[in-house]
Design a protein around this ligand. Structure first.
Ligand code: HEC
Ligand code: HEC
Length: 163
């Protein structure tokens, strides 16, 4: 029998990967030192993660990105990239590599499985991806299905796929 949430909530990491690898996530979880936009184009004006991930000086993220998103301007409370110490890059990484990275307390800021689950289900930066405004497609899984998949995966012990 399928868990609530349907086929995506099968307890594996696979359905998460499809979301994590999407530009709505990889534009902040980028491989370089600055955010990207839309389908992965350079951010204009150029911005860098800075010492804490929140930019610096004229490119401080909060100068432009407010706590609430508008159709043209992405926004959520505490809008920033991951810090340089824990850059949490998802772009161009395999499902196995992303899974290990987010479940390793040394790389994820000391979160245990429950805190990781809360982050996926409740964090406004993650939730924004499904409310991203005009011309920005949502991730390929509906938010409800993603939440169900996250809960099922964590209940299963957050297993990672083989390399
Ligand atoms: C606006 C930028 C931004 C967007 C968009 C964003 N994130 Fe993040 N994400 C962050 C920041 C910043 C952190 C680090 C937070 C911290 O360490 O407290 C983070 C951390 C994470 C973590 C690590 C948490 C852990 O405990 O391992 C996961 C997982 C994650 N994000 C998933 C996602 C997913 C999935 C999406 C897309 C649906 C997404 N993020 C979209 C900025 C973003
Ligand atoms: C000077 C204003 C400004 C600053 C500073 C700024 N941004 Fe942006 N950002 C924008 C604008 C405007 C857009 C929308 C561009 C578009 O619609 O293509 C945007 C888009 C984005 C997107 C793309 C969302 C998507 O998926 O299409 C991300 C991610 C992002 N910014 C992150 C950041 C981060 C992180 C910082 C700080 C390190 C930052 N921005 C600093 C103005 C700014």
């Amino acid at each position: 029998m399928l868990a609530p949430g349907g086929a995506a909530a099968d307890g594996t990491f696979r359905p998460h990967y499809d979301v994590f690898a999407h530009p709505r996530c990889t534009n902040c979880h980028a491989a370089g030192d600055g955010p990207l936009r839309r389908d992965g184009r350079p951010h204009l004006p150029p911005a860098q993660r800075g010492p804490e991930g929140a930019g610096s000086g004229a490119t401080t993220c909060a100068n432009c990105h407010r706590e609430a998103a508008t159709p043209v301007m992405p926004g959520a409370p505490n809008w920033k990239m991951p810090s340089p110490e824990r850059p949490m890059m998802f772009s161009g990484r395999s499902a196995a590599a992303i899974c290990r990275q987010i479940t390793d307390p040394a790389q994820n800021g000391g979160r245990d499985a429950e805190a990781l689950g809360r982050h996926l289900v409740e964090d406004p930066l993650v939730a924004w991806a499904w409310n991203a405004g005009t011309g920005r497609a949502p991730p390929p899984l509906a938010r409800e299905a993603f939440v169900a998949a996250a809960i099922a995966w964590i209940r299963a012990g957050s297993p990672c796929p083989p390399d």
